[in-house]
Design a protein around this ligand. Structure first.
Ligand code: 6GU
Length: 476
């Protein structure tokens, strides 16, 4: 990821990260951090970049032109995500960090003095972000806070890939207390259960501690957590038809945007995905008005929702000319759920996680979702290959919203149980995380249904539809 920081104090950011984990990631070139001194773009021979506010008031403002020129120097006018750090912004959260971690390039604009001329913000800034309800002297510390939170989510930055799933805010709970040696310190003993070696009991104990702590110190978070639990329990009554929603909630990916009786709208921020089920056309239309504007994909459970989403966006579709059109149907799928808890046998022994060196191999054989998508799957470490004599002969993986898929086996190696082994392997990995493995199969793909059913997955009785935003001309 490329990060540019527009600031009057570039050395503050560059020095600040030098010796940290983030600095090391920059050295490894997983990340590039580049400070841009706004003063270098001053129009004035004294390097002046600030002036008095029109209308009077305390302090000075950064002028529009130097800020604009600094921004132009890194973006060349391209539409790059540009974040302005300001106490007047949207509060920064972990889910925002997750979403930003998916960007290729970010610009942070740090204000100083009393702020920046509004006009240049209008022409450059995409996101106004605050890090909390207090006032700091400038945007540099907030930018560093955000960069730290975003960068540690990029694969390869932290050593231990699973740690992000166990920490505070995952699934709206704070982290449980931790202990290390010695067993007794100041007469305090490590809780007995942690020495028991019973991993199921330990996980239960930790969850209970997390819940009690969150309830006590963050009742706001606890309320969100409880509501997701209630919705999950409700959806479990129709597990196969709603497994996509259940697993998104359980894995801490989805937020509830709307839930009233049978009407549910969930949003997975990290893949810009809305999942929606509606009891009636009227409630469906109402819910769609609450779908985030940046939604790239919808998974719908009713046909009438597709008609609304695929419309040309006529002004009769909502309030004040709101339009929900602009999406097209990508596919119709049944969902398949692995309901057992026991791992499956894996016959093919040489299955390994794929790396970037296999991108060409996978990209040339799996074209359905495009090369960039495949690249991101490999980068996230969720693609696995079956190897024979050190050469890949097939692969499978996990889609970005969490379903199993991306399965392919070389012609010459089919009917030898390799697909079964690959999928079993991924099912086992999913079970290890405490999740329920599920997949989605396009209506009519009988070969795949046969494979899934052979593995013991159960098919939903109704289908879901995937819709994708229609790309405007000129957009990538
Ligand atoms: Cl983003 N900037 C400043 N100056 N103060 C803040 C802030 C940002 N977030 C909280 N306080």
């Amino acid at each position: 990821m490329k990060i540019h920081i527009l600031t009057l104090f570039p050395e503050m950011i560059e020095k600040g990260f030098q010796s940290s984990i983030i600095g090391k990631a920059a050295q490894k070139e997983i990340l590039s951090l580049h400070g841009v001194d706004i003063r270098d773009y001053s129009l004035d021979k004294h390097n002046k970049v600030d002036d008095y506010p029109y209308g009077g008031g305390a302090g000075m403002l950064l002028q529009a032109e130097p800020v604009f020129n600094a921004w132009q120097s890194v973006t060349g006018g391209r539409a790059v995500r540009t974040i302005y750090l300001t106490p007047q912004g949207t509060p920064f959260t972990q889910s925002m960090a997750e979403e930003l971690a998916g960007e290729e390039e970010l610009v942070f604009l740090c204000g100083h003095y009393e702020g920046i001329d509004r006009r240049v913000l209008e022409e450059t800034v995409t996101d106004y972000v605050s890090i909390g309800d207090y006032v700091l002297t400038g945007g540099e510390l907030p930018a560093m806070v955000m960069i730290d939170a975003v960068a540690r989510l990029i694969p390869g930055v932290l050593g231990n890939e699973s740690s992000a799933e166990e920490e505070s805010f995952f699934n709206d709970l704070l982290e449980y207390p931790q202990y290390t040696r010695p067993e007794v310190w100041h007469n305090k003993k490590v809780p007995e259960i942690l020495l028991s070696g019973d991993h199921r009991k330990i996980a239960q104990w930790r969850l209970e501690k997390s819940r009690r702590l969150t309830e006590k110190v963050r009742p706001d978070l606890y309320e969100k957590y409880e509501r997701k639990q209630r919705l999950t329990d409700r959806l479990l009554k129709d597990k196969r038809n709603y497994i996509h929603m259940i697993e998104s909630l359980r894995r801490g990916r989805a937020e509830i945007i709307w839930w009233e009786g049978e009407d549910i709208l969930l949003y997975d921020r990290s893949c810009k995905l809305c999942m929606i089920t509606a009891a009636s056309k009227e409630s469906g239309r109402l819910m769609l008005a609450y779908a985030p504007k940046e939604t790239e994909s919808f998974v719908t459970s009713q046909v009438f929702l597709n008609e609304m989403l695929c419309g040309s966006g006529g002004s009769d579709m909502g309030d004040e000319g709101e339009s929900y059109g602009g999406y097209e149907i990508h596919c119709e799928c049944y969902q398949l759920v692995y309901t057992q808890k026991v791992p499956l046998p894996v016959k093919h022994k040489d299955i390994r996680q794929l790396t970037m060196e296999h991108l060409d191999y996978v990209g040339s054989r799996y074209s359905y979702d495009g090369r960039e998508y495949v690249e991101a799957r490999i980068r996230e470490g969720v693609m696995y290959g079956a190897f024979v004599e050190n050469a890949p002969v097939g692969f499978a993986g996990m889609h970005n919203e969490g379903s199993l898929g991306l399965l392919y086996v070389e012609e010459a190696y089919r009917r030898q149980g390799i697909a079964v082994s690959l999928e079993s392997y991924i099912i086992n990995r999913t079970l290890e995380k405490g999740w329920t493995p599920y997949g989605q199969v396009i209506v009519g793909n009988e070969e795949s249904f046969a494979l899934q059913e052979k593995l013991g997955l159960y098919r939903s009785d109704r289908t879901v539809w995937w819709l994708e935003k229609i790309k405007q001309k000129g957009q990538a």
